[in-house]
Ligand binder design. Structure first.
Ligand SMILES: [Mg+2]
Length: 218
């Protein structure tokens, strides 16, 4: 059975509000001003250390680490409730589950992923494997999460599906074809520059795309 690896944020769920409110609560708690939620959303998908550096360019490493810790705390305890599934995501995952092994590879921690799935009311049992950034040395755009999934599943990943250029870069490094979706901050033009296998409007187009690919290959 083929293995599809999914990014989480802006691919399966919308967690901009959950993430932004958690960052702003953390910033406020540390005595900084909250940031505009659109500005915050444009930074999501990057490694969290990089987000902390963008949000607090002049702060010490210690304060940035504290920001990340507080963000995690607020997300897990309160703001995960704001997560919502991408339109038709649940139905699409159920359909794909019949013919594919499914994995989530996300730059959230494993615990955060479970909370966000719960918030978005997506059953975690739809997935054969869930890997967070805390389970690997380097998060996307490094290929570590994909390589770990392949090792654990004892199976080459057949596709990586994600909304950002970081998903494409990680897929290329792991030699896995990437299918991009335009439900995140990166538009079609930006994604196309990194040459994914395909760019779909959202994941509801994935089953059709995959069955067309199968026909072409047969
Ligand atoms: Mg994403």
């Amino acid at each position: 059975m083929k293995l599809i690896c999914f990014d989480l944020d802006n691919t399966l769920i919308k967690s901009d509000k959950a993430q932004a409110v958690a960052y702003n609560k953390a910033l406020t708690r540390l005595g900084f001003r909250p940031k505009d939620s659109k500005f915050l959303a444009s930074k999501f998908g990057r490694p969290r250390e990089e987000i902390a550096r963008i949000l607090l360019p002049k702060a010490s490493q210690q304060i940035r680490t504290k920001l990340i810790e507080l963000h995690n705390k607020y997300l897990i305890n309160e703001t995960y409730k704001y997560a919502i599934p991408i339109k038709n995501a649940i139905q699409t995952l159920k359909e794909l589950k019949k013919n594919y092994k499914l994995a989530i590879l996300s730059n959230n921690t494993h615990k955060n992923i479970l909370c966000l799935l719960k918030g978005a009311k997506i059953n975690k049992n739809l997935f054969d494997l869930i890997i967070g950034h805390d389970q690997v040395r380097h998060s996307k755009p490094y290929p570590d999460e994909i390589l770990k999934a392949e090792k654990l599943m004892r199976h080459k990943a057949d596709y990586m599906v994600g909304d950002t250029i970081y998903d494409i870069i990680a897929g290329k490094k792991a030699k896995v074809p990437v299918i991009s979706v335009t439900t995140g901050p990166h538009d079609k033009k930006k994604l196309a520059r990194y040459r994914p296998l395909a760019i779909l409007k959202d994941i509801s187009y994935l089953p059709k795309f995959l069955s067309n690919m199968k026909e072409k290959n047969n």
